[in-house]
Design a protein around this ligand. Structure first.
Ligand SMILES: Cc1cc2nc3c(=O)[nH]c(=O)nc-3n(C[C@H](O)[C@H](O)[C@H](O)COP(=O)(O)O)c2cc1C
Length: 184
């Protein structure tokens, strides 16, 4: 089975996960900007950072990479929202399907993991975006704030790091099953 890991990362956490997974599975990994679109694979694992619901580089990669060049697609989102919260997962899923090319007739599996966020490292645009999100969150009455809003307010302007190899375990298990079960 020939597989590849492609990642889209701005501040490095998705890249870190791509490196960990690459080492564990023995699969090459590439930044989506450097990926050779003419190569063919059985499984494409895309690891991308979430920015306002968008998965960094995903839409661009899938619209340029011919669908005939791969058989199965695994998308791993790296965000700060807790994927144990089903509400977060639902909203990530909804926005992912909007980023996929229309009529992409592929077997797709999704995984959601947590990255890191260091406000002191953000560029001006991202810093302003987070400020707006924070100001909006602060206006929500405390009793109406969901977990994501509470977390955002509590961690605003700080450094949070949830990077953990354990987040990759379900994906690693699934990958070894695919290898055994599906003869592609
Ligand atoms: C402007 C901005 C928007 C973000 N939007 C989301 C989001 O919609 N959902 C989420 O879970 N995390 C969001 N995050 C957090 C990032 O996804 C998180 O920091 C991730 O680990 C960044 O990955 P990277 O280091 O590979 O770039 C956002 C962060 C910034 C700065």
């Amino acid at each position: 089975m020939k597989s590849i890991i492609i990642y889209g990362s701005k501040y490095g956490s998705s890249k870190k996960y791509a490196e960990m997974l690459s080492q564990n599975l023995g699969i090459d990994h590439f930044d989506y900007k450097e990926f050779n679109m003419s190569n063919k694979y059985d499984v494409l694992i895309y690891i991308g950072a979430l920015y306002a619901g968008g998965v960094k580089g995903l839409a661009k990669t899938l619209s340029n990479y011919p669908p005939d060049n791969y058989k199965k697609l695994i998308i791993v989102t790296v965000g700060i929202a807790d994927p144990k919260d089903l509400k977060n997962v639902e909203s990530i899923k909804m926005s992912i399907y909007k980023q996929l090319p229309k009529n992409l007739n592929k077997d797709i599996e999704l995984f959601h993991i947590r990255g890191s966020l260091d406000y002191s490292k953000l560029n001006l645009r991202h810093s302003l975006m987070m400020k707006l999100v924070y100001q909006k969150a602060k206006k929500v009455p405390v009793e109406q704030q969901d977990m994501e809003t509470k977390d955002l307010i509590a961690t605003y302007n700080k450094k949070v790091d949830f990077i953990d190899f354990d987040y990759l375990r379900p994906l690693i298990e699934r990958y070894s099953k695919i290898k055994k079960e599906v003869r592609i």
